[in-house]
Design a protein around this ligand. Sequence first.
Ligand SMILES: [Zn+2]
Length: 262
Amino acid sequence: MSKVVLIPGHGGFDSGSCNQTNGVRECDGNLAVALKVKELLEYNNFEVAISRTTDIACGRATTINQDINNQIYFGNNSGADIAVAIHFNGSINETAHGVETLYSQYNRLTDKNIKLATLLLEELVSATGLTNRGLKDSGKSVGVVRAINIPVSLTECAFVTNPNEVIWCSDSDHQLILAKAHAKAICRYYGIEYKENGGIDYMKVGMEVSDMKVTMNGNTVIKSVILTVDGKDTTYIPAVALRNDGYIVTWDGVNNQVNITK
Ligand SMILES: [Zn+2]
């Protein structure tokens, strides 16, 4: 089974870039997208290691250097085949916009890294319609793409500082589009067909919880959902875990309903 490392950037003491108008933080968008990519990849039979699942820096680092070193260590020691770091961009110029992906000419796997970065860029641009800022050689400036010794790329999904693009960082449906683009690109990198996950579509954090229903063998078991994941209220249903236990989990988008049968 192929194994992928996901590295959602920043977290904990380091929020990354922030939108000064509405307070949206890069670290939160990075994590939300990465968790969705994780579920999509697992549905496509990948094993996934993720560098953080909550709002902490990698390995509970307390400085930027520590955080980057921990991310590199995590990338190099997870037994994975490829690594993708997920970020949103930021600028003091709020009109700056678009998508870019990074590689480093100083990484010995440059050819593979360019291939991975190219596929990620293609899928992100086509899924979002955002401006293609291109493939960027980050030289020695970005630790993870320089020092991780498996094929690696870093995505800058959109600008959290741009008033028109901040929604890609803050809104669950937009995050899901970005997540699918990452998962598709990773499948393409391996030359395998991407399978759409019927389950991910009901992972809608922020949806009015009373809007969603869960049925078990046709009987409504939950009318008003308040699930907690890592201490936060969410409407996330652990579809993959249920599937692994032999349940059939389907999403009925018309009735906003999760159907679970065994
Ligand atoms: Zn960042």
